[in-house]
Ligand binder design. Sequence first.
Ligand SMILES: Nc1ncnc2c1ncn2[C@@H]1O[C@H](COP(=O)(O)OP(=O)(O)OP(=O)(O)O)[C@@H](O)[C@H]1O
Ligand SMILES: [Mg+2]
Length: 343
Amino acid sequence: MTENFNASVLEAVPLPAFFVDADGRVTAANARAVELQPQASENRPLILVFRQPALNDAVEKCLRTRQQQRSLYLHNDGRQEHRYEVLCSPVEGGGGIVCFRDVTEERQLDQMRRDFVANVSHELRTPLTAILGFIETLQGPAKNDPVAQERFLTTMSNEASRMNRLVGDLLSLSKVEEVSRMRPTDPVDLCRIVNASVQNLSPLAEENRSALTFENENSDQTVLGDSDQLLQVVTNLIENAIKYGGQGTNVTLSLSELPRVLGVRGPAVRLTIRDNGPGIDEIHLPRLTERFYRIDSHRSREKGGTGLGLAIVKHIIHRHRGRLEIESVLGEGTEISVFLPVH
Ligand SMILES: Nc1ncnc2c1ncn2[C@@H]1O[C@H](COP(=O)(O)OP(=O)(O)OP(=O)(O)O)[C@@H](O)[C@H]1O
Ligand SMILES: [Mg+2]
């Protein structure tokens, strides 16, 4: 086998890969391997290139026993710790090939999936436990107490509605994720969406003694979008402003068009939802759009929140190739802006 042949085979491998001879010296390395480990020059013992005992043991064992070996390699590129799965295989004529597969993201996704299942289970279990407890009471101590029965049934109904809302939000999130790569193409009048949302939420605003003011209710701002999803975004944001702004908050909505916005291609429409509520501490801001993230989970739960609202909002805006901006000052209020491209 010529050296050129070895080099071209390695370059065709879509992973960092090295050929080593029977003594464990590097005989060839592809460009990805050199990027991973710049000291990987020809003739250098692989042991000195990587200096990680588990990996070196695996290579040594593969060369000695002529059996495929697996190992792990941890690498810090200065920004992040990467985890590689290393496969060392013997090749005919002596020596072996060592390939590195970056599994960092895979592991993070795995962890996220596990956290998500744990969160969903926990969120469902809380109301379910309450309902089971009330059923037991209704079957036992409250069997002949119509007043208590009425009260317990009302609470059970609230808890069941919570579970229903949670399942609804989860389905909504998965539906948005499913179509996230397909950019919507229908022209949508955002002003009409905001007016519809204001109308839907006026009973909640009244109950909370909040004033909802839409500054541009007769404007005409068209974007390419999915009207159901945009209604969901606007409703979520106004609902949050009313719910978390506290009793008697003023919620102001405004629409404007901007020729240029960071992170959005071409001219954009900006929708701003401002409240003069208690505001959000800046330490929470980067995490607010995570699933199930609530600042005061007890208070939010009391208000029927599942902590999925802003995660859904973020996904929908992302699908529309737009941007979400959250600004807040403690004691003064919160301003949330949605930027959507016009074309
Ligand atoms: N305008 C606001 N003022 C103060 N806090 C806010 C505001 N908007 C959101 N928050 C905080 O952000 C958290 C996350 O909001 P999000 O809409 O994602 O969830 P939720 O309202 O709890 O549940 P859901 O929207 O699913 O009913 C809320 O629990 C609340 O603590
Ligand atoms: Mg919400």
